[in-house]
Design a protein around this ligand. Sequence first.
Ligand code: ADP
Length: 800
Amino acid sequence: MENENKIVNMPLIPLRGLSIFPYMVLHFDVGRKKSIKALEAAMAKDQRIFLTTQFDIDIDSPGQSDFYKVGTVCKIKQMLKLPGDAIRVLVEGIQRAEVDTIVEETPYFRVDVKTYTDDTTVDRESRALMRSCIGAFEKYIGISNRVSPDVILSVTAIEEPGRLADIIAAQLTLKTEQKQELIEAVEVKERLERLLKLLLTEVEILEVEKNINDKVKSQINKSQKEYYLREQIKAIRDELGEEDAQEDEIEDMRKRLKKLKLPKKIDKKVSSEIDRYARLSLSSAESGVIRNYVTWILDLPWRKETKDEIDLNKAQSYLDEDHYGLETVKERVIEYLAVRDLTKSMKGPIICLVGPPGVGKTSIAKSIARSLGREFVRMSLGGVRDEAEIRGHRRTYIGAIPGRIVNGIKEAGTKNPVFLFDEIDKLSSDFRGDPASALLEVLDPEQNKEFTDHYLEVPFDLSKVLFITTANTLSTIPRPLLDRMEVIEVSGYTEFEKLNIARRYLVPKKVAEHGLKKAQLSISDEAILEVVRKYTRESGVRELERKLADVCRKAAVRISKGEAKSVRITDKNIEKYLGKSRYHYDLIAETDQIGIVTGLAWTAVGGDTLSIEVNTMKGKGKLQLTGQLGDVMKESAQAGFSFIRTIASEYGIPEDFYETTDIHVHIPEGAIPKDGPSAGITMATAMISALAQVPVDRFVAMTGEITLRGRVLPIGGFKEKSLAAKRAGIKKILFPHDNIKDLEDIPETVKKEIEFIPVKTMDEVLSHALMKPGKTPVKRTRRTKAEEAPKTDAGERHED
Ligand code: ADP
């Protein structure tokens, strides 16, 4: 158990930066003269040498106090002369020893050392320590890659605890002081304890180190892997012969992207998409998707814009060049442009051109674009229900594409076109999202700077776009949208205006479009009027344009067949070209009729006449309504009915009619559904006429809302209605007194032919509309006064 202590004399070499344990084999180079002498002396004797470690590695010729006093007695196994004077030695550690006396210092250190021999007995404590050390060492090996795992096998086989400690210690990467600590642990258990402590600390440090390394490594690994895979794909593509085309394409994409100088975030995103694309095979589905995406982004005019040239004179002349009449509209447009020019702001309201189809709304918007020198795009909102149509589908959808806004911008090729939203009143919303709110965002100058299409995923600046909208009616435009807009009304044309538009614009345009020369085709004014009257029924001129195109086509055929050198169209031969006429405006009956009244309606496509028919029959006072009518119309029929009960006696209507007579009101089908309260007085008049059996003046038309007390309330679309009345040959229009201010909008040509009579009450309406026998209107006395007169009057007729 006791260490066997002997004093032995031998040469000493202080090692620089090296330590040696017993059982350890070490080779090192010796260059210092003193050390070489020590070696030689050792070789000359028993090849034993005492090796210990210098405190400071930099000291060249150490003195007695410059090295540790505890070291290892070694046996020199081999010596090799190196070029120069140096010698490489191979030594093996034998046992620990401690300097007892330094016998001499020159020519080399000669010392008396006290040797220690390890205690080799194994008790429980030392066994436990040994196991712990082996365990910790195993861990150490597992983590650090510095020791070969085989070592563990030889280590576990060691029985002596001291030797085990030394052999493990020799394998560790430790600092000189730590090693020295172990060398100086002469007592075996203490040595094991120190070793265990060191091992555990080392393992801990190594673990942290490993974590860090793993992280770094995984990053490196990933990029290495990507690189490797990319190279593989390249090779595969090479084999398939795809390589060049795609490489070129990708190169091209990168170049274009760079040129666009997109904001950093967007640029980064697109760049990474291009990278992804480069990694995929051309034939993969995803590759197509990404390619589409990148192409979309690259094709958009991110920076391209036209320079505005607001010259109001030019704008005026463009508007005049393209459009006949429309004076107020043109004026409003010019004002709008002037304000924009002065404020230099894009934030003004958005123009909304409202009017029936074919009155030139689109064409005005085009002229605005032309006069600003901007591109023009048009998008019809009719029937758009899905928000995705405006904002696009997310790319996760199969076959996703950007919305129509982005599409339009791409089509325009500039970021500041004039963008026309057609038929904004036809926008509807359902479960697929609310397109109106998406549109609101598009039109809002605060938000549209960062308009984000679902497909593009990156914002596109729409703030430079000049938006214009059109609508047939304002009533169905969502309120928040309407609030942003400056409404400019474009109303329907009179016959005279249509004639002029056709003569000056449509005919020359169609003639040219059909490759005809001016001299080859002439259309007389009478012929044009004939087309307007009998072949079309519209407020605008779209249908007229189409009919004129038909005429041109037929004429072109005749001329190219050689049937004629030139064609002249008159009202006499027009039927040959257009076939039998479709419409007849002679709606006015041959005679005045009982229970039939002409009303005036305003529909989305302009004004129209509507003939309301009422029949009475024996019954229980039921009011039946049939034909084309909506809820509002039904209510106003009801109101009229109630009113009639209060005045029945005045018109010779039996007071109990609402108990004995059924009333049937019918509104004949028209092409376009009509609703609204403005047929109120018409229905009431027809009912009274039928109940009182008094005919109605067939040349009278009327429009106005009715109240329960028989007052007449104002209506809309007065001008359109008057145009329709003129077409129908009406001579007198009864209209609400409150609409007098609208008379100034009525074209002179209409005023010349029709007498406009403002009315405040049903009494007035009836006095103008109802005929007495002998064709004079019923002269009604005041209700409060003589109730008898009309009663007898009507009553007589009733008995006839
Ligand atoms: P909207 O957009 O109101 O439905 P468009 O602008 O499409 O109508 O007009 C239909 C056709 O009628 C176009 O060819 C247009 O040039 C022509 N047009 C309409 N109004 C006029 C006008 N006042 N002068 C000349 N042409 C017109």
